[in-house]
Design a binder for this molecule. Structure first.
Ligand code: CUA
Length: 356
């Protein structure tokens, strides 16, 4: 009896807590939501949203009707003390009812299927004239290659605004999934196969993304950024990416950092064009090209620097933390703890910061 009383009191105590959670959830609208798929910023995401909302509202109407009828029935025909109710009339095999609840869902599903299938087919292939960008998934970062210019980068995919982009995607190891919620839906990256994803950003801006398929220990740390820029800025970006690395000033901290880079295991996996140019095939693990590392404001699978709006100082501080012990920030990272001294980390960070 006591137990029953207590549990009863507990569940009443939960009602205000649930209300509080609802109120707090309601305030989410004010928070910056970089992965909000309802906030479409281009025609492709817009078309997917245009499919979602009608289906959602149809489901809401059906839910309210069905649950309303159920609750009404439960309430109206509940057992009352002292009132005998006759057994309700039993209906078996009503052709009219059978037709009604077959025809209505069929019409609704057909109404949903036609625009859905049309959109699916339309988004499945890139239109002629689209700009190709190769996307290669790695555990745990995305690589971007620009076949028109030969530029190669990682973590940040630069695109020109108002341009149809055709991401031609594959994976270097396991299944990944490329998802930039404000620009497009999800699509798999499959080893040994090419899949395509259309992207289109109407405005310059930064669009966050995430790998959307469990791909190993650091799947949760495999993020992506698409940065859309004006055509002029994009052309300048490509020109910058094609330059060999900036050489550090003689006698500088950065030059000492370059020596640390060349003397350490870094060169087993990373390329800095003009500093070490191994055949990519001889690298131990495919790793981000560092030639223009500092031109990217994120690293470590676009998870660092942490936070929504980090500063350059955060970038530099997190870079030191990362160099000191990568597997702490990215469990399972193929970049090991190289056992660098604090002094070597300072020099290396100083050098990497010059690689614009
Ligand atoms: Cu790649 Cu999850």
């Amino acid at each position: 009896m006591n137990l029953r009383k207590r549990t009863g009191r507990l569940s009443f105590g939960r009602a205000p807590a649930a209300l509080l959670v609802l109120v707090l959830l309601g305030s989410c609208g004010r928070v910056e939501q970089p992965l909000n798929s309802f906030d479409s910023q281009g025609p492709i995401a817009e078309r997917i949203n245009a499919l979602f909302w009608p289906v959602f509202w149809i489901a809401v109407v059906i839910f309210v009707l069905v649950q309303g009828a159920l609750l009404l029935t439960v309430f109206l025909f509940r057992e009352r003390r002292g009132k005998e109710r006759p057994e309700p009339k039993q209906i078996t095999g009503s052709t009219r009812l059978e037709l009604l609840w077959t025809v209505i869902p069929t019409l609704i599903l057909a109404g949903i299927a036609v625009p859905t299938v049309a959109t699916l087919f339309d988004l499945a292939d890139c239109p002629p004239g689209a700009m190709d960008i190769e996307v290669i998934g790695h555990q745990w970062w995305f690589e971007y290659r620009y076949p028109d210019s030969g530029a190669v980068t990682a973590n940040i995919m630069a695109i020109p605004e108002d341009t149809e982009i055709c991401a031609r995607m594959t994976s270097d190891d396991v299944l990944h999934n490329f998802w930039i919620p404000k620009l497009a839906g999800k699509r798999y990256l499959v080893p040994g196969q090419e899949t395509v994803q259309r992207l289109y950003a109407e405005e310059p801006g930064e669009y966050w993304g995430h790998c959307a398929e469990f791909c190993g220990l650091s799947h949760a740390r495999m993020r992506a950024r698409v940065v859309a820029m004006t055509q002029g800025d994009f052309d300048a970006w490509v020109d910058d990416q094609l330059r060999p690395a900036v050489m550090p000033a003689p006698g500088s901290e950065a030059e000492r950092g370059m020596e640390v880079f060349l003397a350490s295991a870094c060169i087993g996996c990373h390329i800095i064009d003009g500093v070490n140019n191994p055949d990519p095939a001889t690298l131990t693990v495919a790793s981000p090209d560092l030639t223009h590392f500092a031109s990217r404001h994120v690293f470590a699978g676009a998870t660092l620097p942490a936070g929504l709006n980090p500063t350059r100082a955060d970038w530099e501080a997190d870079l030191r933390k990362w160099l000191a012990d990568p597997p702490t920030w990215k469990p399972g990272s193929f970049m090991p703890d190289l056992g660098l001294t604090a002094d070597e980390i300072d020099a290396l960070a100083a050098y990497l910061s010059t690689l614009e």
